[in-house]
Design a protein around this ligand. Structure first.
Ligand code: SF4
Ligand code: SF4
Length: 193
């Protein structure tokens, strides 16, 4: 009886050691291999050149043509523009395209974006593109809307005001249509019964 207990004890000890060693076999196997993980956030992945991570936009290159917004299948891009006044020079893009529109609003809703890339090819100036920034976590959906305009609220209001004034001047300068006299319609004739 005593021998049997002793044997059982050593058997259990051996089982414990052997199962631990088997369990650690995978760990030992990786111990001397190069690490495949990164020590984030101290280290970061370099994204492939054509990675579809997040939509970016170079404001100075945008003409406000709206081709990207029209191509987007989920309406993730919303743009608002106003024509520049005749005496305003908005400059050109890098490829020499003259800018004729103030881009008051250029928003991309990343909560809607499906990263299809359909907005990129129609852009005539290459202003819209993917950026390899994958750290785009936000706590609210509202914060996933990226605003790309660089105009301040005051600048936007001043552009709107100039536009309103120009429209009012144009309306005042328009020749008025000649006044027409409305004829009184003839009174209804009593019907014969
Ligand atoms: S990548 Fe696709 S879904 Fe996203 S903004 Fe461009 S067209 Fe729209
Ligand atoms: S297609 Fe290009 S230039 Fe036209 S509004 Fe979009 S980003 Fe701007």
């Amino acid at each position: 009886m005593r021998t049997s207990l002793k044997e059982n004890y050593f058997e259990q000890v051996w089982k414990g050691i052997s199962t631990t060693l088997i369990g650690m076999r995978v760990t030992f196997g990786h111990l001397f291999k190069p690490a495949v993980t990164l020590q984030y956030p101290h280290e970061r992945w370099t994204m492939p050149e054509r990675a579809r991570v997040r939509i970016g936009m170079t404001y100075s290159e945008c003409t406000g043509c709206g081709a990207c917004a029209r191509a987007c299948p989920v309406d993730a891009i919303s743009i608002e523009t106003l024509k520049a006044q005749q005496d305003e020079d908005l400059g050109t893009t890098k490829d020499g395209t003259k800018k004729r529109l103030h881009v008051l609003k250029f928003d991309v809703d990343n909560a809607k974006c499906i990263y299809c890339g359909l907005c990129i090819p129609p852009c005539p100036t290459g202003a819209i593109h993917f950026v390899p920034d994958y750290e785009a976590m936000q706590l609210t959906r509202r914060n996933l809307i990226y605003h790309f305009t660089i105009l301040s609220a005051t600048e936007i209001e001043s552009i709107r005001q100039r536009d309103r004034e120009a429209k009012a001047r144009a309306a005042a300068a328009k020749p008025k249509a000649p006044e027409t006299t409305l004829m009184n319609p003839s009174p209804p004739q009593p019907s014969e019964s």
